[in-house]
Design a protein around this ligand. Sequence first.
Ligand code: GRF
Length: 217
Amino acid sequence: MPTIRLGALASGGGTNLQSIIDRCEDGRLDAEVVMVISDRLEAGALERARKHGIAALHVPVAKTGTDEWLEADRRITDAFLEARVDLICMAGYMRVIGPHLLGAFPHRIMNIHPALLPAFKGMHGQRDALEYGTKVAGATVHFADPDFDMGPIIIQAVVLVREDDTEATLAARILRQEHEIYPQAVQWFAEGRLRVEGRRCVVEGVDTAARISIDAS
Ligand code: GRF
């Protein structure tokens, strides 16, 4: 199986990034992370990248829609093109990606969101589900498109909400699922199984229903 070249965008601690790096290194993922870009200089994700000998770049990103934001979008796009990445993983990236990046990597940018999309888009998926009172929560990996948390869904995982859950306990169980489904989505991409048809993403040769994990702990 040929190995694909991965780029990552991250703003925070980077545990999702780490789960992908670990699986690349232990051979469970036919991929290699070659560049990590963060809008935050102090992001743990950059530190994790450096530890693994991966190019780590800080690109400050201005307010969405401004000229400076477009300029950052262009810099990020150029860096990933230069690194010849096949796929970009947004891994806890808290900024809106721009038109240059989307145009240069059509259906080659994935995002992970800590809720069962299309419910609870935005910055606080876990808290919003808890406050709304849903009995199930979860995580979604999807292709990015110009609208935040909106592109075709690749895989989801379900986490049952407990009566005594707090935002932190629910988020922790969701995060455990994120660390499984993100590498899975990347592996399907590496195997050439993902085909986008309108809003749907078909995973060729896989019974996706049989792959839905349900955390009932
Ligand atoms: C995850 O919950 C992810 O779904 C959300 O931000 C969090 C990032 O966590 N978008 P980490 O930086 O991967 O640890």
